[in-house]
Ligand binder design. Structure first.
Ligand code: NAD
Ligand code: UDP
Length: 313
């Protein structure tokens, strides 16, 4: 059994990961500055004999003992990572350096939560790991995209220079329970708007596409990657089921029997036009592929938001 440090452990994905680690008999240390994370996400884990949590910002160094480090600390919603872009870049870069330094010192295996954003507005479709991407270095998304790209560089250089045991995963749009009501990402926005019978906000003309992975599937892939041997990645983790935003909006309106109407808002700058993971490598190296169809995952997420909205009313 391992001791796992999960940075960003009180966030959406991080809290599911902590839960799964405990379920499998490992120990989990959740480290978070609670910028977009919540105590509520980990409340049910507090008191578990193998769970600890620490309020800490990964921009500052920390010394802990662990076998595995999952580096998930970083706001992921464009609204949140653009709120303080300089802090986002610091979290991505200085946070990665601090966690790599820690891993080197304690000889831990370290996994980086990278992102499909490293492909930018992709010119090839679907995206496979050998594509180098099309990223604007000076745009409003750059703090996150370039931050995550330099983090990948640092991980590879620690691996080459210090033989550090690293793992790189590129996560594609993931959704599910514990997303914030005001998260700003498309799935949570559309569901919350539909449940409140408020207008569904489509940015641009709604023809841009994304591919949506349910969080349980993702966590399964993350653990398979951490447990794998002789494979650093990068590896894409995502669900290749691809929808445009208009299709997604209509599906959610129908599933919630909502009276919401669609309204169109300006498309944010550098918003990628299409995105779908090629998961051939994950299938081959990890024996992983998502199992939860989008409709089923959306149903579970809708139930979660119904409860959230009632509780917060
Ligand atoms: P989230 O915003 O819910 O979680 C991020 C967590 O990190 C939060 O708990 C936040 O408080 C914490 N955090 C932020 N800055 C920190 C800092 N400086 N020090 C300590 N803690 C800090 O987002 P999420 O969707 O759970 O994403 C988690 C990770 O996965 C991120 O690194 C993100 O880039 C990556 N990712 C997510 C997706 C997705 O679709 N959800 C896609 C690609 C990559
Ligand atoms: N989007 C939208 N309405 C919203 C929120 C997002 O149409 O209320 C669009 C957004 O412009 C993007 C897609 O949905 O094209 C996915 O956005 P999200 O912020 O979820 O993730 P990302 O752009 O980082 O993939």
């Amino acid at each position: 059994m391992k001791t796992a440090l999960v940075t960003g452990g009180a966030g959406f994905i991080g809290s599911h990961l902590c839960e799964k680690l405990l379920e499998k008999g490992h120990s989990a240390i959740c480290l978070d500055n609670f910028f977009t994370g919540r105590k509520k996400n980990i409340d049910h884990l507090i008191g578990h004999p193998h769970f600890e949590w620490i309020r800490h910002d990964i921009v500052e160094p920390i010394l802990l003992e662990a076998d595995w480090i999952f580096n998930f600390a970083c706001p992921a919603s464009p609204v949140h990572y653009q709120y303080n872009p300089i802090k986002t870049a610091k979290t991505s870069v200085m946070g990665a350096l601090n966690m790599l330094g820690l891993a080197k010192r304690i000889r831990a295996r370290i996994l980086q939560a990278s992102t499909s954003e490293v492909y930018g507005d992709p010119e090839i479709h679907p995206q496979s790991e050998n594509y180098w991407g099309n990223v604007n270095p000076i745009g409003t998304r750059s703090c996150y995209d370039e931050g995550k790209r330099i983090a990948e560089t640092l991980f590879m250089d620690y691996h080459r220079s210090h033989k550090l045991d690293i793992k790189l995963i590129r996560i594609f749009n993931t959704y599910g329970p514990r997303m914030l009501e005001n998260d700003g990402r498309v799935v949570s926005n559309f569901i919350v708007q539909a449940l409140r019978n408020e207008p569904i906000t489509i940015y641009g003309d709604g023809t841009q596409t994304r591919s949506f992975c349910y969080v349980d599937d993702l966590v399964d892939g993350i653990l398979k990657m951490m447990e794998s041997q002789n494979f650093t990645g990068p590896v894409n983790l995502g669900n290749p089921e691809e929808y445009n935003m208009l299709e997604l909006a209509k599906m959610i309106v129908e599933m919630t029997s909502s009276r919401s109407k669609i309204v169109y808002k300006p498309l944010p700058s550098d918003d990628p036009k299409k995105r779908r993971p090629d998961i051939t490598l994950a299938k081959e190296k990890l024996g992983w592929e998502p199992e939860v169809p989008v409709k089923e995952g959306l149903q579970k997420t809708i139930l979660y938001f119904e409860k959230e909205i009632k509780e917060n009313a």
